[in-house]
Design a protein around this ligand. Structure first.
Ligand SMILES: Nc1ncnc2c1ncn2[C@@H]1O[C@H](COP(=O)(O)OP(=O)(O)OP(=O)(O)O)[C@@H](O)[C@H]1O
Ligand SMILES: [Mg+2]
Length: 247
């Protein structure tokens, strides 16, 4: 379970302070996929980085399985699998070497690492290129390898920042199926995307972010009814237009 209450964060760039997260509150429960949606610069990555303990909140509370991200960073990191676009894998190591290396970093024993590599390679359809050098992989293959690295330790909480960027339709399906299975297995999953059709298919609940604010969150069908729209795109434009009119 992930719980955010009144999360605020500012960055100061060249002496100018900008508030990039304004009082963000939402929950992502176990056995649920929560989609954080919004345009470029909305604050999605900053929110996810805060959940993953990489950024300290200015104010508000962020908890992962009841552990506070500021006070109990280590416990949070043990429970979490975090995928971000910042983590670009490259170099002469093969996928398998890279996974083994991360297994050691996570203090997993060799047997567990071999079992997890076999499981993930099958689930993510990576078997054909497990022993290929990462530098020689396509962008999509490298992205699937990054996903596998982030969840090698089989975390209970999965935080994926744009997991399907760079992926073709077949690879998107592999990742979507993986997330669906993870949900069925009781995991708590939060992801960000700007691909609204993907969110519609995959997410049990969504939150729409814009300029650092969470404009709404809930079950898509209930939000459609509340705002009198029929899809996420219309919901987004309806909320943004309403905000601009009332600002
Ligand atoms: N480390 C930082 N220092 C200063 N400003 C930052 C930093 N990280 C993010 N920002 C700013 O915070 C705002 C939100 O950025 P963020 O990366 O969270 O957006 P996003 O919703 O993930 O966008 P995208 O869809 O482009 O990935 C942007 O204005 C960005 O420039
Ligand atoms: Mg981002």
């Amino acid at each position: 379970m992930i719980r955010l209450e009144g999360l605020c964060k500012s960055f100061t760039v060249k002496g100018t302070k900008k508030q990039v997260l304004k009082n963000i509150s939402f929950e992502c429960r176990d056995s649920e996929v929560f989609g954080l949606l919004g345009p470029n610069g909305a604050g999605k990555t900053t929110t996810l980085r805060t959940i993953a303990t990489l950024i300290r909140p200015d104010s508000g509370r962020v908890e992962v399985d009841d552990y506070d991200v500021v006070k109990h960073g280590r416990q949070v990191r043990n429970r979490i699998g975090f995928l971000t676009g910042d983590m670009k894998l490259t170099g002469h190591l093969s996928c398998r070497d890279m996974l083994e290396y991360f297994g050691e970093l996570n203090h997993l024993d060799k047997e567990t690492v071999s079992r997890r590599i076999a499981e993930l390679a099958k689930q993510m359809e990576m078997e054909d290129y497990l022993d290929k050098q990462i530098a020689k992989l396509s962008a999509g293959m490298a992205q699937k390898t990054s996903i596998a690295v982030s969840i090698l330790h089989d975390p209970h909480v999965i935080v994926f920042d744009e997991p399907t960027s760079n992926l073709d339709v077949m690879a998107v399906k592999v990742v979507s199926d993986f997330l669906h299975e993870a949900k069925q297995a009781g995991k708590c999953i939060v992801l960000s995307t700007h691909i609204l059709s993907e969110a519609e298919r995959l997410c049990d609940r969504v939150g729409i972010m814009h300029q650092g604010e969470l404009l709404c969150s809930g079950v898509p069908a209930q939000l459609y009814e509340k705002y009198q729209v029929s899809n996420l795109e219309d919901l987004f434009f309806s909320l943004v237009n309403h905000k601009e009119v009332s600002a």
